[in-house]
Ligand binder design. Structure first.
Ligand code: PRP
Ligand code: URA
Length: 209
């Protein structure tokens, strides 16, 4: 069973409360989403392996730590996942970026695939799959299956808000993938929206309806 990490640092909780408020406009919503992604990224990368290298300071030669081994890739689920990319890339500027396009059918709430473009060496990388909303879990599960078909075997999933239903589905279908959320909400409503949630993340980021 994968681990659910609730990254509930006070700064994250404060920023998320502003995002939840329906009066918050797209500009602030986007900025806060990227800030939270960066703060969560700090926690998500906590276990990256280090190795010693030798460097020369202005004073002397010394051993210093550097991140070793696998490189990272950030993969947003379009559209709303795009809102978390810049925050993560500020933390890890050398990460490569892939894109998976999925939208939820408004009637069935099931994800429909429309795009997939990944770095050619994606299977050698630690992949951070990002999407602010983990509702039914259908989109996250389909995106994880797509990544695995491309050979990825070291994947972490980062969302802003999770619903119990979505977490259970990802844990059941992808027990190897750790999940990071800023908050766990109560449930889904009749339209499969997260309650209390923050509404439609893509619409709030891009100002669409
Ligand atoms: C939203 C959200 C997730 C998905 C979550 O995307 O960004 O991708 O729904 O729901 P699920 O867990 O029930 O699959 P949406 O389909 O609205 O597309 P958009 O990002 O383009 O607005
Ligand atoms: N997608 C969203 O953007 N918000 C929800 O609450 C559920 C799915």
């Amino acid at each position: 069973m994968s681990t659910l990490h609730v990254v509930d640092h006070p700064l994250i909780q404060h920023k998320l409360s502003i995002m939840r408020n329906k009066k918050t406009g797209s500009k602030d919503f986007r900025e806060l989403l990227n800030e939270i992604a960066m703060l969560m990224g700090y926690e998500l990368t906590r276990d990256l392996p280090l190795e010693d290298i030798t460097i020369e300071t202005p004073i002397c030669k010394t051993k210093a730590k550097t991140i070793s081994g696998k490189k990272l890739a950030v993969v947003p689920i379009l559209r709303a996942g795009l809102g978390m990319v810049d925050g993560l890339l500020r933390l890890v500027p050398v990460a490569k970026c892939g894109h998976i396009g999925l939208y939820r059918d408004p009637e069935t709430h099931k994800p429909v695939e429309y795009y997939c473009k990944l770095p050619p060496d994606i299977e050698e990388r630690i992949v951070i799959l990002v999407d602010p909303m983990l509702a039914t879990g259908g989109s996250a599960c389909d995106a994880l299956t797509m990544l695995k078909k491309h050979g990825c075997n070291n994947i972490r999933f980062m969302a802003l808000v999770g619903a119990p239903e979505g977490v259970a589905k990802v844990q059941a279908e992808h027990p190897d993938v750790d999940i990071y959320v800023a908050a766990m909400d109560e449930c889904l409503n009749e339209n499969a929206y997260i309650v209390p949630g923050l509404g439609d993340a893509g619409d709030r980021i891009f100002g669409t309806k």
